[in-house]
Design a protein around this ligand. Structure first.
Ligand code: T3D
Length: 267
């Protein structure tokens, strides 16, 4: 029965992962986190996968940690000891977030409804985020006495700057998709009825591109945020040198010179 927590489908070279606990707005249980991590690792190793698309079943994308999970539920009666949330993060969230960030192919989030807490971090950890106009992003952590996790503290200031990151994280207000697009938190907000098809079309487009270079682009941008200018230049040269030996670069350049459509296969 656990398999139903995450639906795994393939459409051409696109691996579609659907969080599937709609009755709880796809809130994360440890089982769902393990399945998501395993599915990402499987996709990473599968040469037939050239783009991953993550979405949610039902009216939500992901409401973050399932707060009724016995692993983290606070003492409800006298005598019970509080649980260590760090254990949950170290053993379940961090492995999933690291797998997501290290994917050798681009990853798109199709945010079909509310993305709260770690659910927002999951979406924002993807390379391109599309959202339905009715969807929203909520940094729900502050409301329950926590900090943004699952990469939230790293991602938010990088995406929207410190002032906006603090506004979102401290207040924990609901940010509608259109506003999320306006402030540069996400790529695009779309009419609800268009989200699934547009997200799949974007995923297919990315899958037809030189995905090895796209993953290296993500890596180079992330690296650059931690490097000084010269170190970033040298990192670019290193990554570019590797790509220069790869088949896609040869194919892309040859196709350009021969005035034909390239066919990329590297991964
Ligand atoms: O210990 C730790 O927490 C460590 C890990 C931290 C990472 C985190 O993600 S912390 C943040 C956790 N998430 C939240 O605090 C969000 C909680 N949910 C909400 O605030 C609201 O549900 C939403 C604003 C997201 C959506 O509101 P609304 O009115 O559209 O839906 P609803 O009626 O609240 O929820 C629908 C059902 O989903 C409901 O169940 P019911 O009453 O129909 O049986 C609700 O209880 C359930 N649900 C929603 N979010 C969660 C959840 N159940 C468990 N955990 C949830 N996070």
């Amino acid at each position: 029965p656990d398999e139903a927590l995450l639906k795994i489908e393939q459409e051409g070279a696109v691996r579609l992962l659907t969080l599937n606990r709609p009755q709880a707005l796809n809130a994360f249980t440890t089982a769902l986190l393990v399945q998501l991590r395993d599915a990402l690792e499987l996709a990473a190793r599968d040469a037939s996968v050239r783009c991953v698309l993550i979405t949610g079943a039902g009216r939500g994308f992901c409401a973050g940690q399932d707060l009724s999970d016995p692993l983290i539920k606070p003492p409800m009666a006298a005598g019970e000891a509080p649980k260590d949330i760090g254990h949950l993060l170290n053993n379940y969230y961090i492995p999933m977030a690291l797998s997501l960030r290290a994917m050798p192919v681009p990853v798109i989030a199709a945010v079909n409804g509310v993305a709260a807490g770690a659910g927002a971090s999951l979406a924002l950890g993807c390379d391109l985020v599309l959202a339905a106009e009715s969807a929203s992003f909520i940094q729900a952590f502050s409301k329950i006495g926590l900090i943004p996790d699952c990469g939230g503290t790293w991602l938010l200031p990088r995406l929207v700057g410190r002032a906006k990151a603090l506004e979102l994280a401290l207040l924990g207000d609901k940010l509608p998709a259109a506003e999320a697009q306006r402030i540069g938190l996400i790529y695009r907000a779309l009419p609800d009825a268009e989200l699934a098809a547009e997200a799949m079309a974007l995923a297919q487009k990315l899958a037809s591109m030189p995905v090895k270079a796209l993953a290296a682009t993500r890596q180079a941008l992330d690296d650059a945020l931690l490097l000084d200018f010269e170190a970033a230049l040298r990192n670019e040269a290193l990554l570019q040198s590797r790509l220069g030996f790869a088949g896609d670069y040869q194919e892309g350049t040859r196709a350009f010179l021969e005035k034909r459509k390239p066919s990329f296969t590297d991964r």
